[in-house]
Design a protein around this ligand. Sequence first.
Ligand code: NAG
Ligand code: NAG
Ligand code: NAG
Ligand code: NAG
Ligand code: NAG
Length: 382
Amino acid sequence: MTTVQHMLFVLLLQFACLESFDAKQSIRSMKHTNGSHPCPQPTVGNCSCEWTGPYVKVTCVGLDTVPEKVPESALYITFFNGTIKEIPQNFFLSFKNLITLNLKENKISNKFKLPKSLFNLFLDNNCLNASTIFGMFDGLTRLRALHLSWNPLGEKLVPGTFSSVKNVIELTLANCLLEDVGENMFLGLTNLRTLKIFGNKIRTLKRGAFRGISCPKGETSLTLKLVDNLISHIEDGAFEGVHGLFRLSLDGNQLSSFPNLTGFPKFSDLTLSQNNIVDASSLTHSGIKQLENLLLNNNQISVIPEDLFKHIIIRTLDLSSNRIKEIPPRFLENPKTPQIINNLYLYDNEIEFVHSESFAGLPNLKTLPPPITNIKALMRIL
Ligand SMILES: *[C@@H]1O[C@H](CO)[C@@H](O)[C@H](O)[C@H]1NC(C)=O
Ligand SMILES: *[C@@H]1O[C@H](CO)[C@@H](O)[C@H](O)[C@H]1NC(C)=O
Ligand SMILES: *[C@@H]1O[C@H](CO)[C@@H](O)[C@H](O)[C@H]1NC(C)=O
Ligand SMILES: *[C@@H]1O[C@H](CO)[C@@H](O)[C@H](O)[C@H]1NC(C)=O
Ligand SMILES: *[C@@H]1O[C@H](CO)[C@@H](O)[C@H](O)[C@H]1NC(C)=O
């Protein structure tokens, strides 16, 4: 995201919560009963209920307030795309079997209590801030998915916000106006597979920022998406204390070098597209030894250091849309372990010179006819 886009989006997010929308058109409620048990009939918006034996899935759209007479045997409750501003504090506590609560796209700004039975909680697109959500998730030890994107959470989260949601697998905090990943913000997330913090305003990742995060025991499955922030500096040890990091996406930031990933020798995906990397040599000091996919497209790289991959095993390398002028000899050769490169992208560069041995030492890159003398033919292949 550009700075202008960022500013626009910040304004949008703030205005969406200040503005008081016209009451949504009242639509006559659908009436689905299982005999004696009615479905809510709100005056603004509509609800439908689907029964399975004694259990019910309640889906309401366009509500301006929580409806009356929601059956207590609800397993799934959705109040979607309305203008609900406030949830009465104890409203959801009577739903002892509630598995999924979806309150996306409302204007909720207050703290309310949640039943311990919850597995999935979707609160995207509301007006919640960091101090409001602090404490809201306490005791939700069954929770697996927690979505909080598009809330104006503010500069930073309160440490301990997620300390009791130990089983959350997926946490999303995209577009929440976060500026800082303060220490201990994510403490307690010990079964995490995906953390999405994209589209925020984070500038620096400080040492220990993600301390305490780990993926489920025995797995290496953690994906950390920090795409489209303003990150220009990653301190040494930013990822220290994180267990099981496997995919790291830093695309769309302002990095000029590789982060120090000492302690994470193996990655599936490391993506740094659309940054300001000029000098790729910092990769050799990053601590990485093995990568499936390394995406460096849309940077400012002009020189590929000859020894870049001497100590790194790699399968897919995307260096497209850079400023590379020359492809050095044997630049992908790894003397210890033969490289098995599956995909190599070099298009949209300023290549003027390809060495006859540029692609030597790659047993499976058979599509390239060595020695390559015709740059045009090469460009077609790459
Ligand atoms: C709400 O009402 C509209 C129009 O009658 C209908 O198409 C829609 O399915 C209803 N939605 C729910 C959740 O009941
Ligand atoms: C209707 O709901 C009640 C109580 O929740 C339940 O005992 C009953 O089996 C349901 N009836 C049908 C036909 O699903
Ligand atoms: C949400 O409601 C508004 C107004 O009722 C409608 O225009 C819009 O299409 C709805 N959005 C979704 C995603 O249903
Ligand atoms: C957070 O939201 C609450 C409830 O709307 C409000 O009282 C409080 O002032 C907000 N705090 C900040 C820092 O905006
Ligand atoms: C990377 O960070 C570690 C500490 O986390 C440090 O010991 C090491 O010297 C750093 N490497 C470089 C190349 O700065």
